[in-house]
Design a protein around this ligand. Structure first.
Ligand code: SGN
Ligand code: CA
Length: 551
């Protein structure tokens, strides 16, 4: 027996040494964080609300200018991250039910390969965390203030914690780092709830941007003149769909005779009633005088819309300020514990977000601000400081990247590829030239129609399709299944006649991103576009066929 024991001890030691040579992975993902609000990307909004710690990360590593999601919505995006599969392959097409839990999560493979794995913050999947040694996760969308979390071994048993979600999530991340098994490399996913709607800033930052006037995006007053109906029938407009009470935090506008107004009031009070007296004081101190000024000003028309825009952005970037601080705390921790050299740090979001472009908030569309997502990676010794990458990356690539960093073979069924070759900073020749996108979550909040399409470096072809209202439900598995959250959402929206005017749609749009980066001119069907349209149509059909999208 002795020789075997000796052998296995040696083998364990060797395994530990190889494990230590592999990098730690720190993956930080926000919920709905737009590139427009990260100053490293340089947009006008971000210049007025800078993010010094995210910029520090970018200076230490690589800023990706062309990272895209495959389905711009939270749970589908997370399912894509965990499985490395497109939505139709992992089952998570819509926001509620869907994930095929028989699919392998990359965390399981890393764990088997000797990594200590952890996830903290917003999980937002309709299943238990799989393949994690440690988890400390929020319930569903989570709350900003005094949220409830459940922890390893106690899935679904939630306990309230006093404080702000971003800070608490960071505390739990650091606690994991402190108590982890230090003989193994780690993979830690820090998933913030922030800056998801209704954009509740931390009490000390509520008034941070109170006096800043943000510029309106060039496309703010877009009239959708050249587009099909989907851009017009959505409900995600800053003017009509931002709720005065819940989103803009003006409970004084309550109209108790109106069901939607009451609903919005209860939703805001659901948040406000969670406050400690001190948090409540901070909220009242900022929002009450601001609201008083608004009501006295009796704004109407475009002036009121501009007020909504300013206050939407102010809250959103104040929420980002706490996220940026969290990034700073995590980077400091790595430096102070000599972990910065052998840790790859990845910062991204589950999708992009409209900061008033085309008059919108929210996401879902294949138009740039939503499909495009931030990606910043630092990896000392492997990525040169201050590098920029323009090549096309998609969230199906994250799982393959983590696996290759850990020396694990990529399962055949994962369609993405590791982005490690891009780290060298030179153009990789045999890299992908286009991406496939598919959004399915209709009919539901914001009424964005189903669509799929192809984006190349220069062009974008989108196909909007699907039946209207009730008949669309027949196409969606979970929406017609009583007991599911999809069904519940549908019934609630139907009760307020949300889908009243829906028609069937089936049409294409085409954009030339080089001459029209704001996607204001749909050129589909125009003279001179025949060849490129044919080419993109062919590619789209090829994607659908190869990926077996319709099966
Ligand atoms: C909630 C939000 C929507 C948002 C979805 C999905 N409404 O339903 O505005 O689009 O989440 O967001 S809210 O009034 O409840 O805030 S996602 O990031 O989870 O996909
Ligand atoms: Ca999201």
């Amino acid at each position: 027996m002795l020789p075997t024991l000796v052998l296995s001890a040696t083998a364990t030691k060797a395994a530990e040494q190889t494990a230590q040579a592999r990098p730690n992975i720190l993956y930080i993902m926000c919920d709905d964080h737009s590139m427009q609000t990260i100053s490293a990307y340089g947009s006008p909004i971000s210049r007025l609300a800078p993010t010094p710690h995210l910029d520090r990360l970018a200076r230490r590593g690589m800023l990706f200018n062309s990272c895209f999601v495959e389905n711009s919505l939270s749970t589908p995006s997370r399912a894509c991250l965990m499985t490395g599969l497109y939505s139709h392959q992992n089952g998570q097409r819509q926001l509620g039910e869907g994930i095929d839990t028989t699919r392998v999560f990359f965390s399981e493979l890393l764990q088997k390969a000797g990594y200590t794995t952890a996830v903290v913050g917003k999980w937002h999947m309709h299943c238990r965390p799989k393949g994690f040694d440690f988890y400390h996760i929020l319930r569903g969308q989570g709350h900003y203030y005094n949220p409830v979390f459940c922890t390893t071994g106690q899935y679904d048993h939630y306990k309230e914690e006093t404080g702000y979600a971003t800070t608490l999530t960071t505390d739990h991340a650091i606690r994991f780092l402190e108590h982890r098994d230090k003989s193994k490399p780690f993979c830690l996913l820090v998933h913030h709830k922030a800056p998801h709607r209704n954009w509740m800033p931390e009490e000390k930052y509520m008034n941070l941007y109170a006096d800043v006037e943000f510029p309106l995006p060039d496309t703010f007053w877009d009239d959708y003149a050249t587009r099909g109906s989907a851009a017009r029938t959505q409900k995600m407009r800053v003017d009509d769909d931002l709720r005065m009470i819940q989103d803009l935090k003006v409970p004084e506008t309550l109209d108790a005779t109106d069901a939607e107004s009451l609903d919005s009031y209860y939703a805001l009070m659901g948040e406000v009633n969670r406050f400690t007296p001190q948090q409540r004081l901070a909220f009242d101190r900022y929002y009450m005088p601001r609201n008083k000024r608004l009501l006295e000003a009796k704004l109407t028309g475009r002036e009121l819309v501009k007020w909504k825009y300013q206050n939407y952005i102010r809250d959103y970037v104040a929420v980002i300020h706490s996220v940026d601080e969290s990034v700073g705390r995590l980077l400091d921790y790595l430096e102070q514990h000599d972990l910065d050299k052998n840790t790859i740090v990845i910062y991204t979001s589950d999708q992009g977000f409209y900061m008033g472009e085309h008059g919108w908030f929210d996401k879902r569309f294949m138009y740039e601000e939503s499909m495009h997502t931030p990606l910043i990676i630092s990896f000392p010794g492997h990525i040169k400081e201050g590098a920029v990458c323009h090549q096309l990356v998609q969230n199906i690539d994250f799982a393959p990247t983590f696996l290759s960093l850990a020396g694990v073979k990529q399962p055949k069924e994962m369609p993405g590829r590791t982005i490690e070759p891009l780290f060298a900073g030179t153009t990789v020749k045999n890299w992908r030239k286009d991406l496939y996108y598919h959004y399915y979550d209709y009919p539901t909040y914001h009424l964005v129609r189903k669509h799929d399409g192809v984006r190349t470096e220069r062009y974008k072809l989108i196909h909007f399709y699907g039946k209207g209202g009730d008949r669309a439900v027949q196409e969606n598995k979970f929406q017609r299944m009583p007991g599911t959250s999809e069904y519940g959402t549908y019934q609630a929206l139907k009760a307020i006649h949300y889908f009243r005017d829906d028609a069937d749609v089936d049409y294409y749009e085409l954009y030339d991103l080089q001459t029209d980066p704001n996607e204001l001119h749909n050129i589909y069907g125009q003279k001179g576009t025949e060849a490129i349209t044919r080419q993109l149509m062919k590619r789209l059909r090829q994607y659908r066929r190869e990926l077996r999208v319709d099966e």
